[in-house]
Design a protein around this ligand. Structure first.
Ligand code: GTP
Ligand code: MG
Length: 443
């Protein structure tokens, strides 16, 4: 075992009182450390042993210890897992004991990072594990668990192979122009391959983009004039008294946020300050924030007081929301007699908000594409899109400018590198840092 690598430990279960806690120790000293603090048998590989954790003569807990010795395990290094009783104090005492015997506290996601660096899992799988842990909807769970199979890695590898073939063709023509002296425009195979790659990448990136709404949370701004009933609406959605409601216009100042899982979508609702002309310093700051929310949110819910109708400020809100998914809600329907056919009415006061719920479920229906296509997460899709752009540039270079192989090869290399980044590049520490910082401690 490589002693240059240090031994790391962390609580893999939660920091709460629970039935069982798991303290995980990984690295070359894992077995030496457990020998010093565990009264039970050490190993063999893939066994669970019973005993006590002791600090010299003092009993700390009665535990079961799992042994994964050697490299045939998740991390690919000696791994020991102590299953202790789940009290916060006892769990912490065991971890402290492990640390005083020479282990270092693991950083977020460090076990999974080592697993990746040891070649045990792909970067795509590492990301999928994190998505699975953090899944808030069953769709997120399904996308994450589907990423455990190697289909995505295989697809990327196929793309890489095709690009390597094309790069090879370019190199032959650059090094030995007399060897295969055909102009690119007449090299049908080359052009066909590029067209095919562009088409496939287009399909995959569009599909992943459409599914982004299911894998990341959507920001939903609730905006409108003061007293329209925005805070009453967020409270009705949550069924809780979250945002202050009064009949004084200008009640809400700061943005009040609440997360709601709705029909496989994770929606972050933001109640905002009512938009109007104001001389009040604090209210003006709130109103600026409301406009910002319109700019940065994915969905705009525009609340209008049915007893008043559309004002000049409402017109401005409509104007500012024109490139967004936009829902106009006519609130206080309980106060009016006549309703117009094409308007969506709600009464936040009476918690009668079914028309909003129907509207939200229909909002993304057209974005769903055949489910057989693979879904890549936003980071991976960004790399796919980058690669697609380089390939489109190659396409253009051939068809419009009839560029030579030595020009094309530059973009082909860049397309290849962008794809390679999806599978991870061990040299890129900052890429790994940015991925694993989102992991839990102990994973
Ligand atoms: N009758 C009736 N009153 C409502 C309804 N929704 C809200 N109200 C009342 O309208 C007043 C303003 O409601 P809020 O929810 O505070 O309005 P807001 O849009 O958040 O107002 P600001 O925070 O000032 O921008 C309160 O007195 C609410 O009880 C409704 O559906 N029907
Ligand atoms: Mg309010």
């Amino acid at each position: 075992m490589n002693k240059l690598v240090d031994t790391i430990a962390a609580i893999a279960s939660g920091h709460i009182n629970q039935a069982i806690s798991i303290i995980r120790i990984v690295g070359p000293d894992a077995l030496d450390i457990i020998k010093k603090i565990f009264t039970g048998k050490i190993g063999p590989n893939k066994t669970i042993q019973y005993g006590f954790i002791k600090d010299k003569d003092q009993k700390i807990d009665e535990v079961l210890v799992s042994f994964f010795i050697g490299s045939d395990n998740f991390v690919g290094e000696d791994t020991v897992e102590i299953n202790s009783h789940g009290g916060i104090v006892v769990t912490q005492k065991i971890l402290d004991l492990v640390l005083t015997h020479g282990a270092r506290l693991a950083t977020k996601g460090e076990f999974t990072r080592r697993s990746y660096l040891n070649g045990k899992i792909s970067l795509i799988k590492a990301e999928a594990i994190n998505s699975l842990i953090n899944a808030k909807t069953s769709k997120q769970h399904r996308i994450a668990i589907n990423s455990f199979d190697l289909e995505r890695e295989k697809k990327i590898q196929d793309f890489l192979n095709s690009l390597e073939y094309l790069i090879g063709l370019c190199e032959i023509n650059i090094d030995y122009p007399e060897y295969d002296d055909v102009p690119i425009l007449e090299n049908k195979k080359f052009i066909e391959k590029i067209d095919e790659l562009v088409e496939q990448l287009n399909k995959i990136t569009k599909h992943s983009e459409a599914n982004k709404i299911f894998v990341s949370q959507l920001n939903v701004a609730i905006v409108g004039e003061p007293n329209a009933g925005k805070s009453s609406l967020i409270n009705a959605m949550l069924n809780e008294d979250k945002s202050i409601v009064t009949n004084i216009p200008g009640t809400t100042r700061d943005v009040v946020e609440a997360e709601i899982v709705f029909n496989d979508l994770v929606l972050k609702f933001k109640d905002t300050a009512g938009i109007r002309e104001s001389n009040d310093e604090i209210e003006k700051i709130g109103i600026d924030k409301s406009w910002k929310q319109i700019e940065t949110s994915d969905i705009i819910i525009h609340v209008i007081d049915s007893t008043k109708g559309i004002s000049g400020f409402d017109q401005k809100i409509i104007e500012k929301s024109k490139d967004k998914k936009y829902i106009q809600l006519w609130n206080k329907s309980d106060l009016i007699d006549k309703k117009e056919k094409d308007k969506l009415y709600i009464s936040s006061l009476n918690k009668d908000i079914s028309s909003l719920e129907n509207c939200l479920s229909n909002l993304f229906i057209f974005d769903e594409i055949e489910s057989s296509t693979l879904v890549f997460n936003p980071r991976q899709n960004y790399c796919l899109k980058k690669s697609l752009l380089y390939l489109e540039s190659v396409q253009k270079s051939i068809k419009e400018f009839n560029h030579t192989y030595d020009v094309l090869i530059v973009d082909l290399h860049l397309a290849w590198e962008s794809l390679k980044e999806i599978l991870g590049n061990v040299d890129k520490e900052d890429l790994l840092d940015s991925i694993f910082k989102n992991f839990c401690l102990g994973k």
